[in-house]
Design a protein around this ligand. Structure first.
Ligand code: MRU
Length: 352
C-alpha cells in the first residue's frame, strides 16, 4: 500500500508529496508544530489525510508535553489544537478530527488519577483507530460506488483523491480502484490540476503504481475530450460538503461539473462522512483557502509571469449541488435532494 502517513515510535512519518513523482522521500515530524508545518506546506494534503495527520499531531503534542499537572496540560492542549486548526481552512475533516480529539481529551482529563502519559497513550491509540477507519471507509465507498462507473471507457478525475489524499485506497480513486478490481476496463483521464499539479504528479503516479491505465490532460482539455465521447463518467473527491449538497473541492472542479452536465455525463463525488458539514447550510458558507501567489507565478523555481501582474490563487471552488449526480459515502450513495438524503443518513447511528 502507498505509505501516505504513518505513526511511528519517533513521530509521524509522511511521504513527501511535494517531491513526487520524481523522488520518494519521507519527512519525520517529531513535534506537533512540525506536523502543522507539514500540513501547511502540503507535504501531506487531501482532506481525509490532513484530518488524520492533525489527530496524530494532537497526540504527538501531548506525548512530548512537559506539563506537570493536568491543568497545565489542558492549557497546552488548547494551544496544540489551535495551531493545528490554523493550518488549512477548507477541508472540514481537519476540524472534525481535532474536535474528536478535544472530546476525548476532555473525557480523559476529568477522570480521577489520570496521568499525562495515560492521556497521551489513549490519544495515540485513537489517532491510529482513525487511521484504520479512514482506510475502511474508503474501501466501503469503493464498494458502494464501483457499480456507478461504466463497464468500459474513460473516467475523468480532478486533483488527487486517492491513497495519497487519505490513509490508503482513496475516495474518488478508491471508487475507480474498486471498479477495476471488479473487472471494469476503465481508463482514467487525470486533469493536471494547475497550479499544484496534484493530477499530473500524484494521481498519475499512484495509478501507474497500481497499473491502472491513465492519461494526463491539461485542465483546459476536458471539454474537447467529452465532446469526442472519450469520457463516460467523472468522479472527484471533496473537501467539504454543505448541508444542501454543495461541494467544495480543488479549484477547477466546478468547471468540470458544468462541462459534464452540458455533455450529459454523470458527475460523482466520493467522500467520507467526515467531509460532510451539516452545520454549514450552503456552499456560500465554506471558507476558501487562498494559496501563495508564487504557486501560480513560478514553476519549478522558474518565473512564468511578468513581475507585478495581478494573481488569483484560490485553492478550492464550490460546485452547486444541482451539478452533482450522486454523492458516494461509506454510509451509502446519496441523490438529490441532498438536504433530505444527507439528513436521513446523518440520523443513522454509527458503530462508535
Ligand atoms: O489542496 P489539496 O491537495 O489538499 O486538495 C485536495 C482536494 O481537493 C481533494 O480532491 C480532496 O481533498 C478530496 S481527497 C480524498
Amino acid at each position: 500500500m502507498i505509505p501516505t502517513l504513518e505513526w511511528t515510535a519517533d513521530g509521524v512519518r509522511f511521504l513527501d508529496q511535494t517531491k513526487l513523482p520524481l523522488e520518494e522521500t519521507y519527512v519525520l515530524a517529531t513535534s506537533y508544530r512540525q506536523v502543522a508545518d507539514v500540513i501547511t506546506t502540503m507535504v501531506v494534503r487531501g482532506a481525509p489525510a490532513i484530518g488524520v495527520s492533525a489527530a496524530m499531531g494532537v497526540a504527538l503534542g501531548v506525548k512530548e508535553s512537559k506539563a506537570t499537572s493536568i491543568s497545565d496540560l489542558t492549557t497546552e492542549f488548547g494551544a496544540i489544537c489551535n495551531t493545528l486548526a490554523a493550518t488549512r481552512p477548507t477541508a472540514v475533516n481537519l476540524f472534525w478530527a481535532i474536535a474528536h480529539m478535544r472530546d476525548l481529551f476532555s473525557a480523559l482529563a476529568s477522570k480521577p488519577g489520570i496521568t499525562r502519559e495515560g492521556i497521551a497513550d489513549a490519544l495515540i491509540k485513537e489517532a491510529q483507530v482513525m487511521y484504520d477507519e479512514d482506510i475502511a471507509a474508503c474501501k466501503t465507498m469503493g464498494a458502494n460506488g464501483a457499480e456507478l462507473l461504466p463497464e468500459t471507457g474513460g473516467v475523468l478525475t480532478h486533483c488527487n483523491a486517492g491513497a495519497l489524499a487519505t490513509c490508503g485506497y482513496g475516495t474518488a480513486l478508491g471508487v475507480i480502484r474498486a471498479a477495476v478490481e471488479r473487472g471494469r476496463a476503465i481508463h482514467v483521464y487525470a486533469d493536471e490540476t494547475r497550479p499544484f499539479l496534484q493530477g499530473a504528479r500524484l494521481t498519475a503516479w499512484e495509478l501507474m503504481h497500481d497499473g491502472i491505465p491513465t492519461t494526463v490532460l491539461c485542465d483546459n482539455m476536458a471539454a474537447s475530450l467529452m465532446r469526442q465521447g472519450k469520457i463516460k463518467a467523472v468522479v472527484v473527491g471533496a473537501d467539504r460538503i454543505a448541508a444542501n449538497g454543495d461541494v467544495a473541492n480543488k479549484i477547477g472542479t466546478y468547471n468540470v461539473a458544468i462541462l459534464a452536465k452540458e455533455h450529459g455525463i454523470p458527475f460523482y463525488v466520493a467522500a467520507p462522512w467526515s467531509t460532510i458539514d451539516t452545520a454549514t447550510p450552503t456552499g456560500d458558507g465554506i471558507p476558501i483557502e487562498q494559496r501563495p501567489e508564487r504557486e501560480v507565478t513560478h514553476h519549478a523555481g522558474k518565473q512564468l509571469t511578468p513581475h507585478g501582474v495581478g494573481i488569483e490563487n484560490p485553492a478550492f471552488d464550490v460546485t452547486p449541488a444541482k451539478y452533482v449526480t450522486a454523492i458516494i459515502t461509506e454510509r451509502g450513495v446519496l441523490r438529490a435532494p441532498y438536504a433530505e438524503s444527507l439528513a436521513e443518513l446523518e440520523a443513522i447511528p454509527t458503530a462508535r
